[in-house]
Ligand binder design. Structure first.
Ligand code: AMP
Length: 208
């Protein structure tokens, strides 16, 4: 049995057509049933649909053989213990700094609100900017509006969320897309099954 962990939400929705091309279609709709392990149209493949931040953990410990997660989550997790053989080019967006549209660009020490603590620390250190990072779990956009932080680090797609909150994107930290990750032991032990899924994904991506 091959277990694939997929990030809930947008990544899952965008991964469905790719999985379908590899003959992997969930038998149940995770929105309608409460099952945590989804059987698929392939008897030898099952899916677990979980929080994005949990995907690298499941794959690292071998609870899932493969996973589909955003590069943002992999960077923050520090996914050196995983193979990352494929950029699936889905759920594309940008990891950016953003600040209030009237705020001056940062001078001196700044406060940054984000859920990407390690990534933000690395980024500001690389820029030679002294940054105090405040960990938040959601609604980062609120932080500059209520004086909690000078700026945020978050994912930006259309920019509408920032705009709706009088914020604007500032510096690009990284272009983000979802990646296929593989457990290192599984890559050896289940090589044939994993190689065939990888191959099918690659063929589908080549056609796009
Ligand atoms: P937008 O308003 O289109 O710029 O989207 C920004 C909001 O959607 C922010 O709350 C982001 O955290 C979230 N977001 C954007 N792209 C992604 C993605 N690829 N994966 C997960 N969340 C995303």
């Amino acid at each position: 049995m091959l277990t694939i962990a997929v990030s809930k939400g947008r990544i899952y929705e965008e991964a469905l057509p790719l999985l379908a091309e590899a003959g992997i279609m969930p038998v149940d709709d995770p929105k309608k049933c409460r099952k945590l392990i989804l059987r698929t149209t392939r008897d030898d493949v099952q899916l677990v649909i979980i929080r994005a931040t949990d995907v690298p953990t499941f794959v690292e410990y071998g609870a899932a053989d493969m996973g589909i997660a955003g590069k943002d989550v992999l960077l923050e997790h520090g996914a050196e213990s995983l193979y990352e053989p494929l950029d699936l080019k889905i759920a594309c967006c940008k990891l950016m700094t953003a600040a209030h549209k009237d705020a001056p660009s940062h001078r001196g020490r700044i406060r940054v609100a984000t859920k990407y603590v390690k990534t933000a620390q690395r980024y500001f250190a690389g820029q030679g900017i002294q940054a105090e990072i405040i960990k938040l779990y959601g609604s980062m956009e609120l932080a500059p509006l209520v004086g909690l932080a000078d700026c945020i680090v978050d994912l930006v797609d259309t920019g509408n969320t920032l705009k709706a909150n009088d914020l604007e994107p500032r510096e690009l930290i990284m272009n983000i897309s979802s990646r296929l990750v593989v457990n290192k032991a599984a890559m050896k032990m289940k090589n044939q099954a994993i190689a065939s899924v990888l191959d099918q994904f690659e063929q589908t991506l080549a056609k796009r």
